[in-house]
Design a protein around this ligand. Structure first.
Ligand code: CTP
Ligand code: MG
Length: 165
């Protein structure tokens, strides 16, 4: 059944914890880098922008969103935990790949920056069921690129982020 709820509203509620888990580090991140400044050959393992505080804040705040949503949709707490872990797994994996390709921290890569986190969030949540229907997933992928651009531009204007991507 394809209606506004199952293609638009539910997919937004479903993926919201991942978006928040991904965005929270911009506000709460900083401090000790996860790779502790270590390098692999001549390149950083993950880079200075991936910090413990950002990781932990992202997972906690993403989970909190799911806790709030669970009043409406009880299964969303577990899904939010899975999505938050998936988001940050994807985020760290993306940075790892970017560093191997010789890209500097913060340097833009559409696939790695915009889609990897959401793809891993969905993959981590999938075993728990309740995935949106296929057009809902398509909707999520479409708004992900758009939203990422928008929020990063705002974060850059507010001087929360060095670069607008
Ligand atoms: N951040 C953090 N800890 C994390 C993830 C992100 O502190 N685990 C913060 C950093 O201040 C980072 C900002 O959130 O600069 C934006 O995150 P993101 O865009 O994912 O990182 P980039 O700066 O683009 O770095 P990279 O090139 O490694 O993706
Ligand atoms: Mg980035």
């Amino acid at each position: 059944m394809s209606d506004i709820y199952s293609v638009i509203i539910y997919p937004i509620l479903f993926i919201l914890p991942a978006y928040v888990a991904n965005g929270a580090p911009v506000l709460f991140g900083g401090g000790r880098p996860i790779d502790l400044g270590r390098k692999l050959g001549s390149k950083p393992v993950l880079g200075k922008n991936k910090t413990y505080r950002g990781l932990i804040a992202g997972i906690l705040v993403g989970t909190l969103i799911g806790f709030g949503e669970s009043y409406l949709l009880p299964f969303m707490l577990a899904i939010a935990i899975a999505e938050s872990l998936g988001t940050h797994f994807g985020d760290l994996f993306g940075s790892f790949v970017k560093r191997r390709l010789g890209m500097k921290s913060g340097q833009s890569n559409a696939l790695m920056d915009q889609y990897l986190f959401v793809i891993f969030a969905i993959l981590f949540a999938a075993p728990l069921g309740h995935l949106p229907e296929i057009w809902g997933i398509v909707f999520i992928l479409i708004i992900t690129g758009t939203l990422h651009l928008l929020t990063n531009t705002v974060a850059h204007r507010l001087k929360l982020k060095e670069v607008p991507w």
